[in-house]
Design a protein around this ligand. Structure first.
Ligand code: ADP
Ligand code: MG
Length: 702
């Protein structure tokens, strides 16, 4: 149960004055939380932090106020000069003065009555806005703030500026935030006083106050103590919840998985190649984990083409040798089928019984697979989300391998884990996630890295070509096909519209068919599963030589003899995606190439991206460049900006706090594993505050 002390922060924002459904809807677009389908709350609004301030502390006399400067002036109002009747293009002017001169306050399309009330003749007022000098005469067009001298305190001298969205004015947002601030309850502090002192943190409530009503511009800096305090709170909540989840995972302690190595040896023998050094090393790490009674939580990180699948297969073989079952989960059906297609022949040759389960398996086949999993006659299952379904039961699931993890949520990970008796977990990803992000996104996972590419790989030659030279490209490809090469042709990614994506792929398919006839195939996300399979099969077996595709082939597809990758409108793709796509070629021993077709003129970022692609094939370098070009947000496929999974903390500013929070969380749980003490109770409040309350449910008592 959520502590009732938090109720004011969990009230919907529409409870605030001036926030109806319309404004509420706009505010939901700017709050940093990933709302899903819940409404925004007062607390979300408070976590919407300013990105800068307007400094209005400059209070010069009129003659000292420089052109273009934002100033706050103290004036006496002299006279109003409305525009001549019927002439709306002339502004309404109000003249006022101080000891040094006169200024015209200028308003277009003004409401006279309103201005007469705001600026009564003879009154002393304070106005704030941008100075403009024109022909030696000072004016201020539409001052941002006007207040009577007696009410000058209400004028924000350091005014926070928030992220906005069309239709939402800063004024409306600020009014809502001011109200939200007044609702912040007094909360017990959950932080260790020693850390508070050392870091010079304000209290939670004071931190919010300083950020939303900054006394000076530095107060809103991410490096300032107020922001750091909230970032620390958020990190601590995250680290505590990960530590609790992990403790819970460990509590259901696994069991040692040891095999005699027979199946593994047979697989080694059946492979047409020998493992790379880093594959061997990763496998040794995995096998050591499996042999421990503690559960394995390991991330296998390796660039596209580094050969993660075979490592997974060998790990699964070990699990089966030890008498259990293993599951391999993929994020898409194509990928699941492909894993199945690569693994099945090898697996069957060495006597492993393997099945596939996706949304598409129906009827008898599905019933048989389900029965086989339940009675243990299926050793390994490859599948998609379908594996989460209730009807799926295992006799003894001991190892779960998850491919391309970041497409699955934490609760999905838990859901599949629940199907076994504390199964070991291996997560595979091609994203070279920096260490800090591994920590924030996955918690304390162990990491194995595949750092080498399989031997014999040739570099991929990457070239860029403007779209208007597409004819040259087509004629070159004609020759290459005649030589027996195979081509992927990826079609433009059109934002927000699956419909258009498909059309563009279909159109390209039609024009290329004109050139190449029956040797062109098409695969896109809207096709039926069986049609997709058929298109992939035809391409793999060489019935088609050119495969026009949308990004459905982005992850994991493996056709080793495809040697040419054409990416149309490459300027619309992100670096990570371009790299993933390019990784579909260069898998065999023939030289490969990648053609990035772009539309002129290129923006700066797009230009930089394409040149990075030309310069390097190193996934790690590329992801670093990617980080620089777009910030960390999207690296894990999450929000536009900020650090994935976080609303306030920003890894580029707060990495030191993350380490501190991790140690803090460990210490806290070592002393009070069920958060029962006084501080423990306060920490539960913290977990709710940052939406980490799923961890609270893992606590033994309440
Ligand atoms: P990824 O890490 O992108 O999932 P895959 O597992 O799909 O990579 O492997 C890419 C290709 O490399 C596959 O065709 C696979 O058979 C091949 N491969 C894997 N390991 C080796 C190796 N040690 N030597 C040669 N080829 C390998
Ligand atoms: Mg793969």
């Amino acid at each position: 149960m959520r502590p009732s002390i938090l109720d004011p922060l969990f009230a919907p924002i529409t409870a605030l004055d001036g926030v109806g459904p319309k404004v509420g809807g706009l505010i939901e677009k700017v709050v940093p939380a990933d709302l899903g389908d819940r409404p925004a709350r007062v607390g979300d609004l408070l976590f919407t932090l300013p990105h800068s301030v307007v400094d209005r502390r400059n209070r010069p006399a009129i003659v000292e106020a420089a052109q273009g400067a934002v100033v706050t002036l103290e004036l006496r109002v002299d006279r109003h000069q409305p525009p001549p009747r019927g002439n709306r293009s002339v502004p309404y002017r109000v003249f006022a003065h101080d000891d040094t001169g006169e200024i015209a306050l200028t308003f277009f399309h003004a409401h006279a009555a309103y201005l007469e009330k705001q600026l009564p003749v003879g009154e002393h007022v304070v106005v704030s806005g941008r100075m403009e000098w024109f022909n030696g005469r000072p004016s201020m067009v539409h001052p941002d703030h006007i207040a009577p001298l007696s009410g000058a305190d209400s004028l924000p001298l350091v005014e926070p500026v928030y992220p906005l969205t069309a239709g939402l004015s800063g004024k409306v947002l600020r009014r809502a935030i001011t109200q939200a601030l007044s609702r912040v309850p007094s909360l017990p502090d959950w932080l260790d006083p020693a850390i508070v002192r050392k870091q010079n943190f304000p209290s939670f409530a004071d931190a919010l106050q300083r950020l939303h009503e900054p006394p000076d511009p530095l107060a809103v800096s991410p490096e300032g103590s107020a922001w750091r305090r909230l970032a620390y709170d958020e990190f601590l909540a995250g680290q505590l919840s990960l530590a609790l989840t992990r403790a819970n995972v460990r509590r259901l302690s696994g069991r040692p998985l040891k095999g005699d190595g027979k199946i593994e040896d047979a697989i080694h023998e059946a492979l047409p190649y020998s493992l790379t050094g880093s594959q061997e090393f990763a496998l040794a790490e995995i096998n050591a984990d499996l042999a421990e009674p503690e559960r394995m939580l390991r991330l296998l990180q390796g660039d596209v083409g580094s050969g993660k699948t075979v490592v997974a297969l060998l790990a699964m073989a070990r699990a089966v040798e030890a008498g259990g079952q293993a599951a391999l989960m993929a994020p898409t059906e194509i990928l699941a089928r492909q894993h199945f297609a690569t693994i099945a022949p090898l697996a069957e040759r060495v006597g492993l019984r393997i099945a596939i389960l996706t949304g598409r398996e129906k009827g008898r086949e599905r019933t048989q697979t389900l029965a086989g999993l339940e009675d243990g006659s299926v050793d390994i299952v490859v599948g998609t989300h379908a594996l989460f379904q209730d009807q799926v039961k295992f006799r003894d699931l001991v190892l779960v391998v998850v491919d391309e993890q970041h497409r699955f949520g934490v609760h999905q990970r838990l859901a599949i884990t629940a199907k076994g008796n504390a199964p070991d977990m291996l997560v595979m990803t091609a994203t070279p996630i920096p260490r800090t992000l591994v920590l924030t996104a996955f918690g304390d996972m162990d990491v194995s890295r595949l750092t080498e590419k399989p031997a014999g790989r040739r570099p991929i030659k990457t070239v860029t070509l403007p779209l208007d030279r597409i004819d040259d490209l087509v004629s070159r490809i004609t020759d290459q096909i005649a030589e027996g090469q195979k081509v992927y042709w990826i079609c433009p990614l059109v934002e927000d519209s699956d419909e258009i994506k498909v059309t563009s792929a279909e159109e390209r398919f039609a024009t290329l068919k004109h050139e190449f006839g029956a040797s062109v195939g098409l695969v896109h996300g809207r096709m039926k599963g069986t049609e997709k399979d058929e298109a992939m099969r035809a391409f793999k077996e060489g019935e088609t030589k050119v495969l026009v595709a949308t990004t459905v082939i982005e992850v994991g597809v493996d056709v080793p003899d495809a040697t040419i990758m054409v990416i149309e409108h490459a300027e619309r793709f992100g670096l990570a995606q371009l790299h993933q796509l390019r990784g579909r070629v260069g898998r065999g021993d023939k030289p490969s190439s990648c053609v990035l077709l772009y539309k002129d003129p290129l923006g700066e970022t797009a230009k930089r991206r394409l040149s990075v692609m030309r310069e390097t094939e190193d996934g790690f370098l590329i992801s670093e460049e990617d980080l620089k070009l777009r910030g960390e947000g999207e690296l894990l496929g999450t929000r536009q900006s900020g650090t994935p999974g976080f609303q306030i903390a920003r890894i580029e500013f707060h990495a030191d706090l993350l380490d501190l929070a991790r140690d803090d969380a460990r210490l806290i749980l070592a002393r009070d594993p069920d958060l029962q003490g006084e501080r423990g109770q306060a920490l539960r409040v913290l977990l709710y505050l940052f939406g980490r309350d799923e961890a609270v449910r893992l606590l033994r008592a309440g």
